[in-house]
Design a protein around this ligand. Sequence first.
Ligand SMILES: Cc1cc2nc3c(=O)[nH]c(=O)nc-3n(C[C@H](O)[C@H](O)[C@H](O)COP(=O)(O)OP(=O)(O)OC[C@H]3O[C@@H](n4cnc5c(N)ncnc54)[C@H](O)[C@@H]3O)c2cc1C
Length: 310
Amino acid sequence: MSKKVIIIGSGIAGISSSLKLKSYGINSIIVDKGNFIGGRISTREAEKNSSSSFFFHGAQFFTAKTPEFKKIISTGVNEKYIEEFGNFDPKRYRGNKTMRDFLLNLSKELNIQQKVKIIGIKPDNYKIKVLDNNVKEWISYDGVISTLPAPQNSELLNQFPSLQKTLNTGSYHACIALMFTFEEIPSDLNTYYDFYKKPGILSWMAYGSNLNVWTAHTNEAFSNLNYYKDENFLKEKIMSSIKQFFFSSKIKFHSLHVWKYAKVAKKCLGPQIDPKHTVAIAGDFLEGPNVESAFISGNKAANLIFNRLK
Ligand SMILES: Cc1cc2nc3c(=O)[nH]c(=O)nc-3n(C[C@H](O)[C@H](O)[C@H](O)COP(=O)(O)OP(=O)(O)OC[C@H]3O[C@@H](n4cnc5c(N)ncnc54)[C@H](O)[C@@H]3O)c2cc1C
């Protein structure tokens, strides 16, 4: 089917939308404002041009309950760009060797352009016009899937009141990620530390692509109250919490990343596609606070768009 469809966001929801459309014979284009693919499944180099040390400062692992996502995992495991993480039941997975590798492999047959920020979307009879900050001229599409986190999506879709209504029903928790390395790797190190439901400000701490690169995440209570505060204040608070666990080892601060919209606190309820125009929304905010949910919502958006266009 020769229809022109644009997907906004190269996170897992955008990638799954594009893969599903491709299975129906529709070749979409994905655009994303970031430098790299993946959105909140993010990977950062520990040193410039390093090929071996990467932090995973967004999603730490993913799980699979649905047949669709299980199929993705099993292909990735067979082709060695997904590996099992830890020893959990149900099983947890990561990209191999980085989270980015998971997405790069999953999307290798898709058309993706990074560093393109969409700044406007408007209806235009039976088409949709989209404006980006590079070309700066309105371009016409037959269909649009927008996968930004719900509050940003709501701002962008201000000409589509029924989608805005859906997007305004949900909410997110923030999360502050501190990336660090060791001067010397401690001998008694685990691969992750789970602080869920434990006192303190941390929720989780785990290694990245090797045992020297680590990310610590703050818990929901601390993150929601403090995410907008001064970076040095946040850095000191998190560093002193980490040091309680590795007091004999020298820890080197690398960087801080604040996620204002990290994990879904309340899902959005309402229609996923505009009643009149071929514009759909997708993302974790529709299905739940994890990678698999975002993937499923992308599949659903693609089905809705395909049924409208056929
Ligand atoms: C710190 C943290 C820890 C997490 N831990 C886990 C975990 O362990 N396991 C798990 O399953 N899930 C975890 N999650 C949740 C998981 O990462 C998300 O649910 C999932 O990645 C969301 O995918 P998405 O495609 O819906 O959105 P996103 O990944 O946010 O993708 C949206 C994309 O839209 C792009 N964008 C935004 N505005 C524009 C614009 N105007 N123009 C163009 N592009 C734009 C962004 O750059 C982004 O790439 C975690 C999230 C965070 C932040």
